[in-house]
Design a protein around this ligand. Sequence first.
Ligand SMILES: NC(=O)c1ccc[n+]([C@@H]2O[C@H](COP(=O)([O-])OP(=O)(O)OC[C@H]3O[C@@H](n4cnc5c(N)ncnc54)[C@H](OP(=O)(O)O)[C@@H]3O)[C@@H](O)[C@H]2O)c1
Length: 248
Amino acid sequence: MKISTNYNITNDELKDKVVLVTGANRGFGRAITLDLAKAGASVIMLGRDLGSLETTYDEVLDLGYQEPILYPLDLEGATPEHYQQLQKDILDNFGQLDGLIHNASIIGTMMPIEQYDIKLWYSTIQINVNAPFMLTQALIPALNKSSDARVLFLSSSVGRTAKAYWGAYGVSKFAIEGMSKTLSEELEKTNIRVNSLDPGRMRTKMRQIAYPAENVDNNPLPETKSPAIVYLMSEKTKKLNGERLVLF
Ligand SMILES: NC(=O)c1ccc[n+]([C@@H]2O[C@H](COP(=O)([O-])OP(=O)(O)OC[C@H]3O[C@@H](n4cnc5c(N)ncnc54)[C@H](OP(=O)(O)O)[C@@H]3O)[C@@H](O)[C@H]2O)c1
């Protein structure tokens, strides 16, 4: 299903909503954080680099948007205990979670599977698949406390149509698609809606690593796409469940 990037954010449309974004410090996660905060949501900014998390946090405050919450955590090393602590922190401070956006990912390397470095394969699957699984599992009770909750998995075209040399990244996005669909069916009778989203190409570090020779100026800035995430967290998409979304 296609979702337009052309969405006008209205102030306070996500007022009183609490949304956790992984990889919130830079790239698409940063743009998502700014727009959710603009819409009045309290954003829990999860990331592993405190310095750049703080830079984005300062940007949000300078723009006069809703103050976010910093949550430093490395998804590669995090254990179920870390995720349980996170759920406790969310419930103690907010009593519920309204949105969970699995944005953080690593690209791994572009290489045939035959030669793929095994350690890098493990790291990519850990960050891109196992961490979203553990995070989601731990946070379902907090999402269940919301009257209208959303889980959004950031996917990719290579997670829907296989492409040679995309290795662990492509495989991880196929896994995310499966996790999203399975979860959407399991939670069908709850207030939690689950979807995956291919945002399309964006001018970020990940895209630069994947296509080092291309002219980056031809790629849209993540800020041109992030308003669609506010739409996907809003009342307007309350009925959307189990969809493979793509931005246009
Ligand atoms: N850019 C594109 O063209 C494109 C196209 C299709 C899909 N996507 C998807 O869109 C999402 C965002 O991509 P992007 O382009 O913004 O990528 P990016 O610029 O590489 O940013 C990735 C984010 O993930 C975080 N991250 C990586 N490993 C982590 C870990 N172990 N713990 C915590 N955070 C970690 C990074 O934090 P650090 O700063 O600490 O590294 C960074 O904030 C991804 O899921 C990607 O697959 C992107």
